[in-house]
Design a binder for this molecule. Structure first.
Ligand code: M6R
Length: 610
């Protein structure tokens, strides 16, 4: 949450900061701001709303500078106002941007007020600006002031700071929130993620927890948590500019929905290239870590949690191992019974979701060190804290609503289930071959599902005026019902709930009337006849049904029952194919309602606060 970019260069950094903030906007879009060193002065432009509004103001001010920092905010402490927007300035000299939460900000605020500092915002961030300023006043460099200040902070932060008394330096610090340095020719950068700087450089250093850094035009110096100089590895990012741009699409969500055959294909290719369902898929240590696994505990949030719920069916069916799935923010606060032979699987698109990270740390603290992360962002915090890693190959996902990350997570989890099954002798070679073949055909089936878009879009006009919707599914399609409901509420703001279809008569049926559209995911699997009975229960109460069946389900349209058929039933991988129409339904309903599809209100793409 919140995006940071900073630059020191031999050219005007204002366009670099603005472009970087536009690419980071997915991290928060309540307000945006930049501060630059222009001549002898720190000049700042902040606006509530989108980066584009701040950009227009910066252009009007004619800012031109060689050193500057920028920020896009997702509000935590203090409302969405210009005075709470970053950068924050201390004494007109020092400007700072911050991502994270300073837990001891109240105590620090009192202390700094007693020292004569005046506060102009309600943020936790402003204390950090004044605190660094206070240490600077004791003598020493901007870097040493930053190093002294961070030792007095509790909480999570990524920081970038400039000071007019030190026009050749940009300093940065990281604890609990991602921050990287970008290495250019005669210019260097700091950013929350590589997308912000990729048009300038691909050479990056990921700061470690507790690191501070000093950037000049000529180079960067990194220091560890004890302030000792340290050499960190330089990585060359393979993020492509094309993946960060809309191309012919209207929204990133639309682009990302349509990228799924490619994203799934690339992820499957990684499995095939590694020789199929082999422990090595999950890392060098995987064979020994997975060998004696007795149970699986999955931890995740949001859509990633629904991927985990789907995986439970696969893991129990294919590997014969008990599998529990918990919402990370619940797991981390309950007393769990640690089992060192339990595999802890965290699922996260971003790899930086705070609750998932904390749940992982908590699991490890219970003596559970068999940890596997399924993640889409290499070098992010959660995979780095895990012994085993499977990187999905979805490519950059920018729309706040997760789509291709979800379906590629499902591919990874399916591979995990089969691999565990194989290791436990539950699957013979023939069955393993069939399952690999099914994965190979998946991109094609997903493409067929995408071809249903005009039919799904036609349904959206029925949903757009509604206040509520129900999504029903059974078995592996129950989590897809949950995901369909989440997608719809997230981007169209229609209240939607996902239910196991069999649970309907235990409560939610009371909601059903002619105004309640009910979406049913009803492929031709072992539960089809049961789902059909559930549909009758809804129809008898006047509810209008929107059924996603597949070509093999014996369903016909009738009064109040609309049916769209996905392609031929794809067996165990059917939930992946059925994720596509529910994504498209949410997208087209949001379009019809005119909401901001890629940046739905109050949300952000990566949730690095509790
Ligand atoms: O990056 P993560 O997968 O850890 O994110 C988890 C959730 O915040 C995320 O899936 C969220 O629910 C999405 N916006 C749903 O579309």
């Amino acid at each position: 949450m919140c995006g940071i970019v900073g630059a020191i260069a031999n050219r005007d950094v204002v366009p670099l900061l603005v472009e970087g903030l536009k690419r980071l906007e997915y991290r928060g879009y309540d307000s945006a701001g930049i501060a630059v060193l222009s001549g002898e002065a720190v000049r700042r432009v902040r606006r509530t709303g989108r980066v584009a509004e701040m950009e227009a103001a910066a252009l009007a001010e004619g800012l031109d500078a060689r050193l500057g920092i920028g920020h896009t905010r997702w509000a935590t402490h203090g409302g969405v106002t210009e005075s709470n927007a970053h950068p924050h300035i201390s004494h007109g000299e020092l400007a700072l941007v911050h991502n994270g939460i300073i837990e001891n900000h109240e105590a620090q605020r009192q202390r700094l007020e007693a020292l004569g500092y005046e506060f102009t915002s309600q943020t936790d961030t402003e204390v950090v600006a004044h605190l660094i300023h206070h240490h600077r006043a004791q003598g020493g460099s901007l870097l040493s002031a930053l190093q002294a200040a961070v030792k007095e902070l509790h909480g999570a932060y990524a920081l970038a700071v400039i000071d007019k008394r030190d026009p050749t330096t940009l300093v940065a610090a990281r604890m609990g929130c991602p921050l990287l340095l970008g290495l250019g020719e005669g210019e260097n950068f700091v950013a929350s993620d590589v997308s912000a700087i990729v048009s300038a450089t691909r050479r990056v250093i990921f700061l470690e927890e507790g690191d501070t850094a000093e950037l000049t035009i000529d180079g960067v110096h990194v220091f560890d948590a004890d302030d000792a100089p340290v050499a960190r590895e330089v990585h060359v990012s393979d993020v492509s500019l094309a993946s960060l741009e809309l191309g012919p699409y209207r929204h990133f969500m639309q682009k990302e929905i349509h990228e799924q055959p490619r994203a799934i294909g690339d992820t499957v290719e990684g499995i095939v290239d590694a020789g199929g369902f082999d422990a090595g898929l999950f890392g060098k240590e995987a064979a020994s870590v997975l060998a004696d696994v007795e149970s699986v505990q999955i931890l995740a949030c949001g859509t990633s949690y629904y991927a985990g719920l789907t995986a439970r069916y696969w893991i129990e069916a294919l590997a014969g191992i008990p599998c529990a799935v918990d919402i990370a923010s619940e797991y981390r606060y309950r007393k769990v019974v640690g089992n060192p032979k339990q595999l802890i699987v965290t699922i996260s698109q971003s790899g930086e979701t705070l609750d998932t990270m904390e749940a992982l740390k908590y699991a490890k603290a219970q003596g559970q060190d068999k940890t596997l992360s399924i993640c889409n962002v290499p070098e992010s915090a959660i995979p780095r804290a895990s012994r085993l890693v499977f990187l999905t190959r979805a490519g950059a996902e920018i729309g706040v609503a997760s789509t291709k990350a979800f379906t590629t997570q499902l591919v990874a989890l399916f591979a995990l289930a089969v691999t565990l099954g194989k290791l436990r002798g539950q699957l013979d070679e023939a069955r393993e071959g069939e399952l690999l073949e099914a994965l190979r055909h998946l991109p094609g089936s997903v493409q067929h599902a995408l071809n249903l878009e005009p039919q799904v879009a036609a349904w959206a006009s029925s949903f757009a005026p509604r206040q509520h919707a129900l999504f029903l599914g059974r078995g592996t399609h129950y989590p897809i019902a949950l995901e369909g409901a989440l997608k719809l509420k997230e981007i169209s703001y229609i209240h939607a709930e996902g239910y196991p279809a069999g649970e309907l008569k235990h409560g939610p049926l009371a909601l059903v009337d002619t105004q309640m559209p009910v979406v049913v995911i009803a492929p031709n699997d072992a539960l089809l006849e049961k789902v059909k009975s559930n549909i009758q229960e809804v129809r008898a109460r006047g509810g209008e049904m929107f059924v996603f069946a597949d070509a093999d389900s014996s369903f016909s349209e009738s009064e109040g029952v609309h049916v769209i058929r996905t392609p031929r039933h794809v067996g165990i991988l059917s939930p992946i194919v059925h994720a596509i129409p529910v994504q498209m339904l949410a997208y087209h309903t949001a379009l019809a309602r005119g909401t901001d599809v890629d940046k739905p209100r109050n949300l952000a793409k990566s949730v690095t606060v509790e």
